[in-house]
Design a protein around this ligand. Structure first.
Ligand code: GLP
Length: 233
């Protein structure tokens, strides 16, 4: 694992952007993208760059079950707002949260992932070490599935909703097995509340109790952290 320590999230966004821009120059065609506050500065760099993404496909990690793309709390909406409305991509795939049939939604998404092998996957990390919405206990070789969010994730995500009871309890998430198939992975983590998860991801045992620890078995992972997130390394 390659660890890049930055002074702040703005610089982290620039580092991540440079890695992605270089890969695109070298022919990368599919970006795996993530939501959350961590990738926002990366998306700012992407939208203000002169890179044309109209030949690039994006495949997002996850979506809340029950929210359609027009819902302002949906991850689809987040992606449009932060990136796709400003920088159109060739195709932008996000799991279909409006599809109540989990088998249908997850198998369709696995087909999309298979047809669009990911060159670079961007990840944030949950306080409990989750990646995408693969909560502790998720299989480290899994495909897309419907997952029940843990209390700690619901707690962390309620800041985006008017009321905690509005936070969806389920999500569709790309599995860790699919994430591991990406050629390159960039994990972004900022702030003290990520320090434990980062320490366990980098130095702990590989265990489904800390889903991000699976990344130790990937050949090309870059972790971009600020001083606070790196403080327990
Ligand atoms: C959510 C998302 C994850 C993200 C995590 C951390 O749970 N499903 O993909 O990594 O939040 O978000 P943030 O970057 O806002 O801390």
């Amino acid at each position: 694992m390659n660890i890049i320590k930055v002074n702040d999230q703005d610089l982290g966004g620039k580092e991540a952007f440079n890695l992605i821009a270089t890969d695109i120059k070298n022919g990368a065609k599919v970006l795996g993208l993530a939501t959350g506050s961590s990738p926002i500065t990366l998306y700012k760099e992407m939208t203000s760059s002169d890179i044309d993404f109209s030949n690039i496909t994006s495949v997002n990690l996850d979506e809340y079950v029950g929210l359609n793309a027009d819902n302002e709390q949906s991850y689809h909406y987040f992606m449009k707002d932060h990136l796709f409305n400003k920088k159109p991509f060739k195709n932008s795939y996000v799991p279909d949260g409006s599809d109540a049939d989990a088998k249908d939604a997850t198998s369709k998404y696995d087909k999309i992932i298979e047809e669009n092998p990911i060159d670079i996957q961007v990840l944030g990390i949950g306080r409990n070490g989750h990646i995408g919405f693969n909560e502790p206990g998720s299989p480290l070789d899994g495909k897309t599935s419907k997952v029940a969010l843990t209390e700690s994730t619901i707690e962390a995500n309620k800041r985006f909703f008017d009321d905690e009871k509005d936070v969806p309890r389920y999500a569709y998430s790309m599995g860790i097995g699919s994430i591991m198939k990406a050629k390159k992975i960039i994990l972004l983590a900022y702030g003290e509340n990520k320090a434990d998860a980062i320490a366990k991801t980098v130095n702990g045992p590989v265990t489904s109790d800390v889903p991000a620890s699976a990344l130790q078995n990937h050949p090309d992972v870059t972790i971009i952290v600020d001083g606070a997130a790196a403080s327990k390394l």
